[in-house]
Design a protein around this ligand. Structure first.
Ligand SMILES: [Zn+2]
Ligand SMILES: [Zn+2]
Length: 141
């Protein structure tokens, strides 16, 4: 774990690629309904970085929704193959959440939090030393 950590990733078709410098501030599982619907999986795993750590190449399409919190959540995906690559929350300018499933070398990513676990199906067992929240965490990092 260091400033020199380089993480790369791409969408399924390869039109969108990215390179990340350094470690994430936090990595989290999200079991909310919107993540389930938009990904088709029971939960997604996101690693959060500041924008200046992430170099994105290729065109992304966006889909934005207003969350219960009143914040705008923007989900970004490859318009060609549909892979979800990243997301942003209007409450956290300059921060980007990268979908860990799109990473080529996610070995350094250690999720420490699970949010919206009220939406988790019982067969979706999350392992590790996780701090869990039924809904959104009271204070977002
Ligand atoms: Zn693609
Ligand atoms: Zn979610």
């Amino acid at each position: 774990m260091s400033e020199n950590t380089k993480t790369t990733g791409s969408c399924l078709c390869g039109d969108v690629t990215y390179e990340i410098s350094g470690d994430p501030m936090i990595a989290a599982h999200c079991c909310c309904t919107d993540c389930q619907k938009s990904s088709g999986a029971d939960h997604i795993t996101l690693a959060f970085y500041s924008d200046d750590q992430v170099k994105m190449s290729g065109a992304l399409a966006e889909f934005a929704v207003i969350a219960d919190s009143g914040n705008t959540l923007t989900r970004c995906f490859c318009p060609k193959c549909g892979s979800r690559i990243c997301g942003r929350n209007s409450a956290h300018e300059g921060r980007i959440g990268i979908h860990v499933g799109t990473m080529d070398n996610p070995q350094n990513i250690k999720p420490s939090v699970a949010v919206f676990t009220r939406g988790r199906r019982e067969w979706d067992v999350l392992s590790g030393d996780l701090t869990t929240f039924e809904a959104s965490p009271p204070v977002k990092g």
